[in-house]
Ligand binder design. Structure first.
Ligand SMILES: NC(=O)c1ccc[n+]([C@@H]2O[C@H](COP(=O)([O-])OP(=O)(O)OC[C@H]3O[C@@H](n4cnc5c(N)ncnc54)[C@H](O)[C@@H]3O)[C@@H](O)[C@H]2O)c1
Length: 403
C-alpha cells in the first residue's frame, strides 16, 4: 500500500522529515501529497515543491476541502500541534506528531477523546522510542534480563545561541503571541528525548512508559527568556528505582547525551561523546552492544514504523499514552518550580556562536550527574532549594483540571 503523506511545517525539523523521506524511504512506498505551511515560501525547498508540483496549503482545513491523506506528519510549532492533530484525526488521517505532542496534559486528554471517536492512530516523534537499539534494549528489560531498575540518569549540555532564542521564535516562550501555551524548555523540546527515554525504557509493555511518583529539582535560565534553559530533576517511581535528569543549554562546553541506566543484573551505558553505541555490561561480565540510537538511519524508523502501523493496524510504539509521564513531569515542573535567572555575574558572553553561558555550569552539571545529586545538595552558590512534587497529587495545570 502506497501511503499518502502530508507534511505540516516545511522548514526546520520539517525539512529533516523531507530529507529522511528522500534519502531513507523507498519512493514507491509513499506519495508526498501536500505541504501545509503558511510560511512555505521561506522553506529552502520551496522552489523544489514548485518544480515537482507538490501542492502547498496554508492550513490542513484547506487541504481537506478536496483531498485525503493516510498519514499527516506534524512538524510545526508546539502551540498549534493540538488543533492540527485533531483536524487530521477528524478528517480520517493517521498522525505522526513531533514531540512534545502538546503543551499540557489536558490537551492530550482532549486528543484522546478524538482518537476514541475516530479510531485513527497517533504516533509521537520521539525517535529513540522507535529506534532498533532502544526497542531491543527495552525488549531485554521486559524479558527480565536486567532485573529490577535501580538508578537511571542522563546528562546533556548543548549550547543554544541568540539565534535559537530570538524574540520572534517560540523557543524560550511559555505562551505564544495568541496567548496559547507553548511551554517550551530544555526539558520539553531539544533534550526532551533523554528524559522521556527513561520513562519509556521502564514501561511495562513496549507501548507504555512508567509514571514517576515523586519529582524534585530546580530550573534556571541564563538568558532573558520566559522559560528555562537549565534543568535538574531527580525522581522516584514508588518502588526502589530513581532517575536523574541534568540538562543545560548554558554550559561552557558542548557535550552530547550520555546515560547510565543501572539495574540489578547489569548496567547500560551510553556516551555519545565517546561511542555512538549503547553498551550493556552484565553482572556475569558479558557485554551486549545495542547499536547507535542517534544515527539518521535509526531516526527514520519513526516514519517507517508508522507507515507499517497504518498498513497492519498496529499501535505505534510511541503514542499518546506513552508520552503522558514526560508531559505530567514537565507540567509539574512548570507549575511548581520557580524559574531562577542565574546571577548576572556568572553570565559569560560568547561571540561565536553569540550567546550566554554560565561560569562553571558545565562542570557542576556533570558533577551532579556523576554523584546522583541536585545542585542545592552540592552547595553550589547559584543553586536554589529543590522543590519536591508528589505527582499523584497533581491533577491540574495552572488551574486547568486534567479530565
Ligand atoms: N525529533 C527531533 O529531534 C526534533 C528536532 C527539532 C525539532 N523538533 C520538533 O519539531 C517541531 C518544529 O520545530 P522546528 O524547530 O522545526 O520549528 P520551526 O519554528 O523552526 O519550524 C516550524 C515550521 O512550521 C511552520 N509553521 C509555523 N506556523 C505554522 C502553522 N500554523 N501551520 C503549519 N506550519 C507552520 C514554519 O513556517 C516552519 O516551517 C517542534 O515540535 C519541535 O520540538 C523535533
Amino acid at each position: 500500500m502506497q501511503i499518502k503523506i502530508v507534511l505540516v511545517g516545511a522548514s526546520g525539523y520539517g525539512n529533516t522529515y523531507l530529507n529522511l523521506l528522500e534519502n531513507y524511504i523507498d519512493k514507491n512506498s509513499y506519495v508526498l501529497e501536500a505541504i501545509i505551511d503558511p510560511y512555505v515560501q521561506n522553506a529552502v525547498r520551496y522552489p523544489e515543491f514548485k518544480k515537482q508540483g507538490i501542492p502547498t496549503y496554508d492550513t490542513l482545513d484547506q487541504f481537506y476541502m478536496n483531498n485525503k491523506a493516510d498519514l499527516v506528519i506534524i512538524a510545526s510549532p508546539i502551540s498549534v500541534h493540538k488543533e492540527q492533530v485533531i483536524t487530521a484525526l477528524k478528517n480520517g488521517s493517521h498522525v505522526l506528531c513531533e514531540k512534545p505532542l502538546v503543551p499540557t496534559l489536558q490537551d492530550a486528554y482532549e486528543i484522546q477523546k478524538v482518537m476514541d471517536e475516530t479510531n485513527r492512530l497517533l504516533g509521537v516523534g520521539f525517535q529513540w522510542s522507535f529506534s532498533n537499539p532502544i526497542r531491543r534494549l527495552k525488549e531485554d528489560i521486559l524479558k527480565g534480563i536486567f532485573g529490577k531498575p535501580i538508578f537511571l540518569k542522563t546528562h546533556i549540555s548543548w549550547k543554544r545561541g541568540d539565534d535559537y532564542y530570538n524574540p520572534d521564535a517560540w523557543e524560550g516562550k511559555i505562551r505564544d503571541k495568541r496567548g496559547e501555551w507553548v511551554l517550551d524548555s530544555i526539558a520539553t523540546n531539544a533534550t526532551a528525548h533523554y528524559l522521556h527515554n527513561i520513562f519509556f525504557i521502564l514501561g511495562d509493555s513496549m507501548e507504555k512508559s512508567k509514571m514517576p511518583k515523586i519529582i524534585e529539582g530546580s530550573v534556571y535560565r541564563a538568558r532573558d527568556i520566559e522559560s528555562f534553559d537549565t534543568c535538574f530533576i531527580r525522581g522516584s517511581f514508588g518502588d526502589d528505582s530513581q532517575f536523574l535528569y541534568c540538562a543545560t543549554h548554558a554550559g561552557e562546553k558542548n557535550s552530547d547525551p550520555q546515560f547510565i541506566y543501572e539495574f540489578e543484573k547489569g548496567v547500560v551505558y551510553f556516551n555519545q561523546n565517546e561511542n555512538p553505541n549503547i553498551i550493556a555490561k552484565m553482572e556475569d561480565g558479558s557485554i551486549k552492544d545495542y547499536g547507535a540510537p542517534q544515527s539518521p538511519d535509526e531516526t527514520v524508523y519513526k516514519i517507517l514504523l508508522m507507515m507499517d502501523d497504518i498498513r497492519y493496524n498496529r499501535k505505534p510504539v510511541c503514542g499518546l499514552y506513552t508520552v503522558l509521564p514526560h508531559l505530567k513531569v514537565c507540567n509539574a515542573v512548570f507549575d511548581y518550580m520557580d524559574i531562577t535567572s542565574f546571577d548576572e555575574k556568572l553570565r559569560i558572553r560568547e561571540v561565536n556562536p553569540a550567546g550566554y553561558v554560565i561560569d562553571g555550569l558545565y562542570e557542576d552539571s556533570l558533577e551532579c550527574y556523576h554523584k546522583n545529586k541536585l545542585p542545592d545538595e552540592m552547595g553550589y552558590s547559584w543553586a536554589n532549594p529543590s522543590v519536591k512534587v508528589n505527582l499523584d497529587e497533581v491533577s491540574s495545570f495552572r488551574g486547568i483540571k486534567f479530565k
